[in-house]
Ligand binder design. Structure first.
Ligand code: PRP
Ligand code: MN
Ligand code: MG
Length: 182
Protein backbone atom coordinates (compact mmCIF):
# COMPACT_ATOMS: atom_id res chain seq x y z
CA UNK A 1 0.00 0.00 0.00
CA UNK A 2 1.35 3.42 -1.01
CA UNK A 3 1.50 6.48 1.22
CA UNK A 4 -1.75 8.10 2.30
CA UNK A 5 -2.81 11.12 0.24
CA UNK A 6 -1.92 14.34 2.13
CA UNK A 7 -5.55 15.55 1.97
CA UNK A 8 -6.78 12.45 3.78
CA UNK A 9 -7.25 12.64 7.53
CA UNK A 10 -7.93 8.97 8.18
CA UNK A 11 -8.29 5.79 6.15
CA UNK A 12 -11.63 4.13 6.94
CA UNK A 13 -11.46 1.10 4.65
CA UNK A 14 -8.28 -0.24 3.09
CA UNK A 15 -8.00 -1.96 -0.27
CA UNK A 16 -8.00 -5.28 1.56
CA UNK A 17 -11.12 -4.39 3.59
CA UNK A 18 -12.87 -3.36 0.39
CA UNK A 19 -11.90 -6.51 -1.51
CA UNK A 20 -13.32 -8.70 1.26
CA UNK A 21 -16.61 -6.77 1.39
CA UNK A 22 -17.06 -6.80 -2.37
CA UNK A 23 -16.32 -10.51 -2.53
CA UNK A 24 -18.96 -11.17 0.13
CA UNK A 25 -21.53 -9.02 -1.70
CA UNK A 26 -20.78 -10.80 -4.98
CA UNK A 27 -21.39 -14.17 -3.34
CA UNK A 28 -24.73 -12.98 -1.92
CA UNK A 29 -25.84 -11.63 -5.29
CA UNK A 30 -24.68 -14.77 -7.15
CA UNK A 31 -26.71 -16.91 -4.78
CA UNK A 32 -29.86 -14.77 -5.10
CA UNK A 33 -29.83 -14.28 -8.87
CA UNK A 34 -29.39 -17.84 -10.11
CA UNK A 35 -31.75 -18.37 -13.05
CA UNK A 36 -32.72 -14.69 -13.11
CA UNK A 37 -32.23 -12.05 -15.78
CA UNK A 38 -29.85 -9.79 -13.89
CA UNK A 39 -29.05 -6.28 -15.08
CA UNK A 40 -26.59 -4.24 -13.02
CA UNK A 41 -27.22 -0.53 -13.34
CA UNK A 42 -24.36 1.59 -12.08
CA UNK A 43 -24.87 5.22 -11.24
CA UNK A 44 -22.21 7.36 -12.88
CA UNK A 45 -19.76 8.50 -11.94
CA UNK A 46 -19.17 7.48 -8.34
CA UNK A 47 -20.20 3.84 -8.73
CA UNK A 48 -17.81 2.95 -11.57
CA UNK A 49 -15.02 1.61 -9.37
CA UNK A 50 -17.37 -0.49 -7.23
CA UNK A 51 -19.20 -1.67 -10.37
CA UNK A 52 -15.97 -2.89 -11.94
CA UNK A 53 -15.07 -4.90 -8.86
CA UNK A 54 -18.58 -6.12 -8.03
CA UNK A 55 -19.40 -7.44 -11.50
CA UNK A 56 -16.22 -9.53 -11.46
CA UNK A 57 -17.19 -11.05 -8.12
CA UNK A 58 -20.59 -12.23 -9.45
CA UNK A 59 -20.63 -15.59 -11.21
CA UNK A 60 -24.13 -15.67 -12.72
CA UNK A 61 -24.93 -14.26 -16.19
CA UNK A 62 -25.58 -10.53 -16.17
CA UNK A 63 -25.82 -7.43 -18.31
CA UNK A 64 -24.58 -3.97 -17.36
CA UNK A 65 -25.87 -0.52 -18.09
CA UNK A 66 -25.26 2.96 -16.74
CA UNK A 67 -27.22 5.98 -15.69
CA UNK A 68 -25.82 9.35 -14.85
CA UNK A 69 -27.71 11.41 -12.33
CA UNK A 70 -26.37 14.27 -10.36
CA UNK A 71 -27.51 15.91 -7.18
CA UNK A 72 -24.29 17.13 -5.61
CA UNK A 73 -22.30 18.87 -8.29
CA UNK A 74 -19.19 20.33 -6.74
CA UNK A 75 -20.91 21.20 -3.50
CA UNK A 76 -20.44 19.38 -0.24
CA UNK A 77 -24.19 19.29 0.45
CA UNK A 78 -26.92 17.77 -1.70
CA UNK A 79 -29.00 20.31 -3.57
CA UNK A 80 -31.96 17.97 -3.18
CA UNK A 81 -32.62 18.11 -6.91
CA UNK A 82 -31.85 14.97 -8.88
CA UNK A 83 -31.57 15.14 -12.64
CA UNK A 84 -30.87 12.50 -15.31
CA UNK A 85 -27.71 13.34 -17.20
CA UNK A 86 -27.59 10.05 -19.13
CA UNK A 87 -30.39 7.51 -19.38
CA UNK A 88 -30.12 3.72 -19.82
CA UNK A 89 -29.41 2.30 -23.27
CA UNK A 90 -31.31 -0.86 -22.37
CA UNK A 91 -34.98 -1.76 -21.91
CA UNK A 92 -35.35 -3.17 -18.38
CA UNK A 93 -38.99 -4.27 -18.65
CA UNK A 94 -39.35 -7.76 -17.17
CA UNK A 95 -35.70 -7.92 -16.11
CA UNK A 96 -34.14 -8.20 -12.64
CA UNK A 97 -32.59 -4.84 -11.94
CA UNK A 98 -29.90 -4.27 -9.35
CA UNK A 99 -28.92 -0.64 -8.87
CA UNK A 100 -25.22 -0.32 -8.01
CA UNK A 101 -24.25 2.70 -5.93
CA UNK A 102 -21.08 3.78 -4.17
CA UNK A 103 -22.87 5.48 -1.26
CA UNK A 104 -26.29 6.03 0.25
CA UNK A 105 -26.14 9.43 1.96
CA UNK A 106 -29.34 11.52 2.06
CA UNK A 107 -30.94 8.77 -0.04
CA UNK A 108 -32.33 11.29 -2.52
CA UNK A 109 -30.48 9.81 -5.48
CA UNK A 110 -31.69 6.27 -4.79
CA UNK A 111 -35.21 7.41 -3.94
CA UNK A 112 -35.41 9.10 -7.30
CA UNK A 113 -33.87 6.15 -9.16
CA UNK A 114 -36.09 3.54 -7.48
CA UNK A 115 -39.17 5.49 -8.51
CA UNK A 116 -37.94 6.24 -12.00
CA UNK A 117 -36.75 2.69 -12.77
CA UNK A 118 -39.76 1.00 -11.11
CA UNK A 119 -42.04 2.86 -13.53
CA UNK A 120 -40.38 0.93 -16.39
CA UNK A 121 -41.82 -2.34 -15.01
CA UNK A 122 -38.76 -4.46 -14.25
CA UNK A 123 -39.47 -7.96 -12.84
CA UNK A 124 -37.64 -6.92 -9.68
CA UNK A 125 -35.57 -4.03 -8.42
CA UNK A 126 -33.03 -3.97 -5.60
CA UNK A 127 -30.10 -1.84 -4.47
CA UNK A 128 -26.48 -2.74 -3.82
CA UNK A 129 -24.62 0.08 -2.13
CA UNK A 130 -21.01 -0.12 -1.10
CA UNK A 131 -21.35 2.46 1.71
CA UNK A 132 -24.38 3.31 3.82
CA UNK A 133 -23.75 6.52 5.69
CA UNK A 134 -25.09 6.86 9.23
CA UNK A 135 -26.42 10.37 8.80
CA UNK A 136 -27.51 12.73 11.51
CA UNK A 137 -31.02 13.86 10.70
CA UNK A 138 -33.09 12.83 7.74
CA UNK A 139 -32.36 10.05 5.27
CA UNK A 140 -34.84 8.87 2.64
CA UNK A 141 -36.34 5.47 3.47
CA UNK A 142 -34.27 3.21 1.22
CA UNK A 143 -33.63 -0.40 2.14
CA UNK A 144 -30.63 -1.62 0.18
CA UNK A 145 -30.60 -5.44 -0.04
CA UNK A 146 -26.81 -5.56 -0.37
CA UNK A 147 -24.54 -3.31 1.71
CA UNK A 148 -20.76 -3.28 1.85
CA UNK A 149 -20.51 -1.46 5.14
CA UNK A 150 -21.91 1.40 7.15
CA UNK A 151 -19.74 4.51 7.41
CA UNK A 152 -19.68 7.53 9.71
CA UNK A 153 -21.30 10.86 8.83
CA UNK A 154 -18.06 12.37 7.53
CA UNK A 155 -16.82 13.62 4.16
CA UNK A 156 -15.61 10.36 2.66
CA UNK A 157 -13.72 10.08 -0.62
CA UNK A 158 -11.90 7.45 -2.65
CA UNK A 159 -12.96 4.19 -4.32
CA UNK A 160 -15.05 6.23 -6.76
CA UNK A 161 -16.22 8.89 -4.31
CA UNK A 162 -15.14 12.43 -5.12
CA UNK A 163 -14.93 15.91 -3.79
CA UNK A 164 -15.10 18.35 -6.71
CA UNK A 165 -14.24 15.43 -9.04
CA UNK A 166 -11.02 14.63 -7.18
CA UNK A 167 -9.94 11.59 -5.15
CA UNK A 168 -12.06 9.05 -7.07
CA UNK A 169 -8.90 7.11 -7.92
CA UNK A 170 -7.78 6.52 -4.35
CA UNK A 171 -7.86 2.74 -3.84
CA UNK A 172 -9.10 3.13 -0.26
CA UNK A 173 -11.97 5.06 1.41
CA UNK A 174 -10.83 7.90 3.64
CA UNK A 175 -12.08 10.95 5.45
CA UNK A 176 -11.15 14.23 3.80
CA UNK A 177 -9.41 16.86 5.92
CA UNK A 178 -11.94 19.64 6.71
CA UNK A 179 -9.58 22.37 5.51
CA UNK A 180 -9.81 20.89 1.99
CA UNK A 181 -13.56 21.54 1.61
CA UNK A 182 -14.28 24.37 4.03
C1 PRP B 1 -22.94 10.98 -4.95
C2 PRP B 1 -22.78 9.49 -4.72
C3 PRP B 1 -24.19 8.98 -4.77
C4 PRP B 1 -24.99 10.12 -4.19
C5 PRP B 1 -25.36 9.81 -2.77
O1 PRP B 1 -23.11 11.21 -6.32
O2 PRP B 1 -21.99 8.92 -5.75
O3 PRP B 1 -24.60 8.76 -6.10
O4 PRP B 1 -24.12 11.29 -4.23
O5 PRP B 1 -25.95 10.92 -2.14
P1 PRP B 1 -27.47 11.01 -1.71
O6 PRP B 1 -27.83 9.71 -1.03
O7 PRP B 1 -27.46 12.16 -0.76
O8 PRP B 1 -28.29 11.26 -2.93
P2 PRP B 1 -22.94 12.66 -6.97
O9 PRP B 1 -24.29 13.27 -7.16
O10 PRP B 1 -21.92 13.44 -6.19
O11 PRP B 1 -22.36 12.37 -8.42
P3 PRP B 1 -21.06 11.50 -8.76
O12 PRP B 1 -21.45 10.07 -8.58
O13 PRP B 1 -20.73 11.83 -10.18
O14 PRP B 1 -19.97 11.93 -7.79
MN1 MN C 1 -23.06 9.22 -7.53
MG1 MG D 1 -20.00 13.33 -6.32
Amino acid sequence: QGAMHPDIEQVLFTEEDIAAMVKRMGAEISRDYQGKDLVLIAVLRGAVVFMGDLMRSIDVPLAIDFMAVSSYGDKAKSSGVVRIVKDLDMDIKGRDVLIVEDILDSGLTLKYLMKNLSSRNPASIEVATFLWKDVEGKQAAINPKYVGTHCPDAFVVGYGLDFAERYRNLPYVGILKPEVYS
